[in-house]
Ligand binder design. Structure first.
Ligand code: TXA
Ligand code: MG
Length: 332
């Protein structure tokens, strides 16, 4: 488990028992955890993140055996998904058990649960012997942290314990599947694809149910850098960045190939052309571009297809949530 010792885990579990917050690695991104049975500890998460109080958080369980303490009337399809994908990057939204506090659910009649597979998350849950409520360990609306140093950058001293597990293996948040309105729906795409889920349960809807009264987590603006970010059609990325550079603008580019020509005022980050590696590096790449003091970030649009769905979703949200969709209104 690398840098985390048994003493670190004991100290983290003590902090959780004392109502304090612990940041910890999962296979997706770092979480900002609190004892899920302690409403005042859960409310501290919202204060530290600067997140609106009625947003629900995911409850992290050590194993599937704890599910009945959190959810009721679990549909057989949900049970099959849990058995197939847990521990792993799948979150299920299910009818909540009567004892689950409103601080966790945002006052809704559903609860989001998952069993993470990361060995440090697993060890922390085993040591703590309880469930951990945890959103991603970033400030509200910002990029999720995929390294311990990102958590420190985001939250500073506001969290007592940060368990350092190095780089998160997946780097994008879990796939969320909701069962609250009869059928199953994907609320957030992730590493586990819709096709893999359909292979287990058959029928599956995509996106929020339009008839649902309130669907948190589907706000378009999310996961955003501070620098204005635009998505550019793949074949136009060289011309667009060259034009802006020609106007004397400092431009950051995130592309999945090398540039055709180099420009002094263009910071070009060549990401992987393979979707899982691209997704693994995405938040770190956007953080790096955010720091290069560019006036705008241009992202080369990614290929169509299900393998890129999670990346495409995060890029669309980053564009919607960044300072402006169009750098100073001067996009060529
Ligand atoms: O990979 C992940 O899921 C990471 C790691 C730390 O586990 N967690 C994460 O949490 O991404 P967070 O809070 O940043 O995103 C969870 C999303 C939010 O958009 C939230 O609104 C949604 O899940 N969510 C939670 N409970 C829900 C519920 N009862 N109904 C609908 N959406 C829910
Ligand atoms: Mg988040």
């Amino acid at each position: 488990m690398g840098r985390v010792t048994a003493q670190d885990l004991e100290a983290a579990a003590r902090a959780l028992r004392a109502g304090e917050l612990v940041a910890f690695p999962t296979e997706t991104v770092y979480g900002l955890g609190a004892d899920a049975r302690n409403p005042s500890a859960v409310r501290r998460i919202f204060a530290v993140k600067g997140r609106p109080a009625r947003h629900p958080v995911i409850v992290h369980l050590h194993d599937i055996g704890q599910l009945p303490h959190w959810a009721r009337d679990v549909p057989p399809e949900a049970q099959r998904l849990a058995e197939h994908f847990w521990p792993g990057p799948l979150t299920l939204v299910l009818p909540r058990a009567a004892t689950v506090d409103d601080s966790v659910t945002g006052g809704q009649d559903t609860v989001a649960v998952r069993v993470p597979s990361h060995p440090i998350a697993q060890a922390l849950l085993a040591t703590f012997q309880g469930a951990i409520a945890a959103p991603s360990a970033n400030r509200y609306g910002r990029l999720s942290p995929t390294r311990a140093e990102h958590v420190r950058e985001e939250l500073g001293d506001a969290v007592k314990v940060v368990l350092d597990g190095g780089d998160c293996p997946i780097g994008l948040e879990s796939t969320i599947v909701a069962f609250q309105y009869g059928g199953a729906r994907v609320l957030r795409p992730g590493r586990i694809t819709a096709g893999e889920i359909r292979a287990i349960i058959g029928e599956l809807g995509m996106g929020a149910d339009p008839t649902s009264p309130r669907v948190p987590g589907s706000t378009a603006a999310h996961y955003a850098p501070l620098t204005p970010l635009s998505i550019v059609p793949a074949e136009q990325i060289d011309a667009r960045s060259a034009t802006l550079a020609g106007l004397g603008r400092r431009v950051g580019v995130l592309a999945w190939r090398e540039p055709l020509a180099a420009h002094a005022s263009v910071t070009w980050v060549s990401a992987a052309a393979q979707p899982q590696q691209y997704g693994h590096d995405l938040y770190a790449n956007l953080r790096a571009l955010d720091k290069c003091r560019c006036e705008c970030i241009l992202v080369q649009d990614v290929p169509a297809g299900e393998a890129w769905a999670a990346v495409r979703d995060r890029l669309r949200r980053a564009a919607a949530g960044s300072a402006s969709e169009s750098p100073q209104g001067e996009m060529p």
